[in-house]
Write a protein that binds this ligand. Structure first.
Ligand SMILES: Nc1ncnc2c1ncn2[C@@H]1O[C@H](COP(=O)(O)OP(=O)(O)O)[C@@H](O)[C@H]1O
Ligand SMILES: [Mg+2]
Length: 329
């Protein structure tokens, strides 16, 4: 629990007991169910789970990007000690400065009506510090060189539709990092593009986090990639966190049957089988969930799984919400 950590080492991002739902024409949908998640300064944290589990909603909640009138939320999202939940002005003030986000599809966040230079200038202006036109130009070029763009001048004068997907992706990363944010949220970056671009993106994010000390919340459904990248991992299922721990433990000694199923669905080079995915589907979010949400798909389910299951602490900050997890003596 974040509250039991020493006060002198505060978390950069601390989400506690966050529940969130949307009102829809079919009634209220409960999307997040009491999640606790922290990211410390300079840490690389991964949030994994199948598509539809609530990862992007979590990211958008941090960024203050959810439709206010249709969203019901409770709990807390603190960034550097400041509450963001239900305070859109606070989140807006941090966006693009202290917290940046990169998305699945770079073209979705670049505007086809403005040149890359025009958009980049706006981003730099958001950073707060005043720059002469010449200094801004220097910063843009350096930011593009930092993401291995050899000809910044050409790229700055282009429109997004004139550039390849890979170049747009680099531009988006350069824009996200030019104001040296403390936290970068990367939501399945580059997955709309090809595998090489995804790999380049990860390499760049790793290098830039080393250079600038940027903490990263990396969202992915690809566990193979997460293993290479993250220090710590959270596993989300149907809007709740079912397991968390240091990356090595999650991969070598997973505790939750859902995490094990996810791992089993990762294809291995040595045994190239087609990943089958996990049998069954996520529960209907219009209906309330009682007990462990994974129960209908779990081969280990017993009657106790129908009651509320708490996160049980294992060794080294490893925790899982499963009745079969026995705390160490
Ligand atoms: N604006 C919205 N209104 C209603 N339901 C939504 C909205 N955004 C997301 N959802 C629902 O929330 C759930 C989680 O979505 P999402 O966070 O996008 O999943 P993930 O990123 O893990 O694939 C899904 O069931 C999705 O349909
Ligand atoms: Mg998503």
């Amino acid at each position: 629990m974040s509250s039991t950590r020493p006060v002198e080492a505060p978390d950069l991002l601390a989400i506690s007991n966050l529940s969130l739902g949307f009102s829809t024409l079919d009634g209220p949908v409960r999307v997040l169910r009491g999640i606790d998640l922290t990211v410390r300064a300079q840490e690389k944290v991964a949030l994994v789970g199948e598509s539809g589990s609530g990862k992007s909603v979590t990211a958008r909640a941090i960024m203050g990007l959810l439709p206010e009138r249709r969203t019901m939320a409770s709990g807390s999202i603190r960034f550097a000690g400041r509450e963001l939940l239900g305070r859109p002005a606070e989140a807006e003030a941090l966006r693009g400065r202290e917290i940046s986000m990169i998305f699945q599809d770079p073209t979705a966040s670049l505007n086809p009506f403005f040149s890359i230079r025009q958009q980049f200038r706006t981003v730099i202006a958001r950073g707060g510090a005043r720059h002469s036109a010449e200094a801004a130009e220097q910063r843009m070029r350096q930011a593009l060189r930092d993401v291995s763009i050899p000809d910044p001048e050409r790229v700055l004068g282009s429109y997004s539709f004139q550039l390849s997907g890979g170049l747009n992706q680099r531009v988006m990363i350069a824009m996200a990092l030019v104001n040296t944010p403390k936290l970068l949220i990367a939501d399945e970056p580059g997955t709309a593009l090809d595998v090489t671009v995804q790999e380049q993106t990860l390499r760049m994010m790793r290098r830039l986090s080393q250079q600038n000390g940027t903490a990263i919340l990396f969202i992915s459904h690809n566990l193979g990639v997460v293993r290479q990248f993250a220090d710590r991992v959270y596993v989300m299922y149907a809007g709740a966190l079912v397991e968390e721990g240091p990356v090595q433990r999650i991969f070598t000694a997973p505790l939750h049957p859902y995490t094990r199923a996810l791992l089993a669905s990762v294809p291995r080079l040595a045994r190239p089988t087609i990943p089958t995915g996990i049998e069954g589907s996520l529960p209907d979010r219009l209906k309330p969930i009682q007990g462990c949400a994974f129960r209908p798909r779990c081969s280990l389910s017993i009657s106790a799984c129908a009651s509320e299951v708490a996160l049980v602490a294992g060794a080294e900050g490893h925790r899982a919400a499963c009745v079969h997890v026995v705390p160490p003596a």
